[in-house]
Design a protein around this ligand. Structure first.
Ligand SMILES: [Fe+2]
Ligand SMILES: [Fe+2]
Length: 338
């Protein structure tokens, strides 16, 4: 059963923090899957964020190493098994390359989320102290995540022994994304945050075959992103306020344009991953195998970074709260990315 974010109704900060701390993980998960106007608050989100906060040093370094005998990505995102012309070892290598790309792509998207959240906080530093603190906590966590993904990439490169290129540079992508309507950017960030929730809960959490260290990264990222998803919902609501139906529709079109930008990047990433695979395994695929690889992996990347968010119930609920046309438009487009 889905419960409302009930502690929002409680005005006492210390009682809220205690309430959040005493909740079991599954109960906290339930709280993250309920949204809609007025259900989330800066105060409650800040309280949870402070309780679940972690340090990079606690999850990487020392004896915490990647195990290259294991897969890094769940098969539902990697989709390497349909490539039945690959051996089991080659499938695992491709799976790990997809893991390296995941680190790179997440590091890259966090680079436009960070300035956007800071810009959203900056004009209203007076008034709601919880708002300011919740947004600065959000920004601080994204800066930490950028650092975390870089640390994992370094660790990956040391252990893997071959270069794995990633699309970029992050500054150019951030500039292209941030040039859009702020509501379209906020929708893109909402998409990314709920996507992270879906990856962990639907595909990673119960997969015991994954490398524990890579799984730990995804778990720690998920637990902080759960608060970001709520704050993004509030940002979207604030940016949509007072807009006409036509203006909302225009912003949704820009959100889809940003999706197109990401999709173009994914096509490039699929080729980068093939180059890395060839270097790492020494196996040159024939033309027919390359065609199969490109088709399967482009769709796997599309599902990972686009479809899994565009079909997420909470993304669709927020779009629906902006207007039925907004939700319908994304529902029409989404199947191409699943
Ligand atoms: Fe993040
Ligand atoms: Fe985030």
């Amino acid at each position: 059963m889905i419960r409302a974010w009930e502690i929002n109704k409680n005005d006492c900060y210390s009682v809220q923090a205690q309430s959040v701390a005493s909740k079991k993980t599954d109960e906290r998960r339930e709280e993250t899957i309920e949204n809609g106007k007025g259900r989330y608050s800066y105060q409650a989100t800040l309280a949870t964020a402070q309780k679940v906060n972690w340090r990079i040093e606690d999850i990487i370094g020392g004896d915490k190493r990647l195990d290259f005998s294991k897969s890094f990505m769940p098969e539902s995102l990697a989709r390497v098994e349909p490539l039945d012309f690959l051996s089991a070892d080659e499938m695992r290598t491709l799976n790990q390359i997809r893991g390296a790309a995941y680190l790179g792509i997440f590091g890259l998207v966090e680079e436009f989320i960070l300035p956007f959240v800071l810009d959203h906080a900056r004009p209203q530093l007076q008034g709601d102290d919880y708002r300011v603190r919740a947004l600065l906590q959000f920004a601080g966590e994204e800066a930490k995540h950028i650092h975390l993904f870089k640390r994992f990439r370094e660790e990956f490169e040391r252990g893997f022994g071959h270069d794995c290129a990633v699309i970029g540079p992050p500054e150019a992508i951030a500039q292209a994304v941030l040039a859009h309507d702020p509501l379209a950017v906020a929708l893109t960030i909402l998409h990314i945050e709920w996507m992270t929730q879906r990856h962990y809960l639907d595909s990673v959490k119960d997969d015991q075959s994954l490398d524990p260290q890579f799984k730990s990264l995804l778990k720690h990222h998920w637990v902080e992103e759960a608060q970001h998803a709520k704050l993004d919902t509030l940002m979207v609501e604030a940016l949509a306020e007072g807009r006409s139906a036509h203006e909302i529709e225009a912003a949704v079109e820009e959100y889809l344009e940003i999706g197109g930008l990401i999709d173009a990047g994914l096509k490039q990433q699929v080729d980068f991953d093939l180059d890395a695979f060839t270097r790492a395994t020494g196996r040159e695929l024939n033309e027919d195998e390359k065609d199969q690889y490109r088709r399967a992996q482009l769709q796997a990347n599309r599902w990972t970074y686009l479809g899994s968010a565009m079909t997420h119930e909470r993304v669709l609920a927020t779009l629906g709260s902006l207007g039925p046309a907004a939700r319908k438009r994304v529902e029409e487009v989404a199947p191409a990315f699943c």
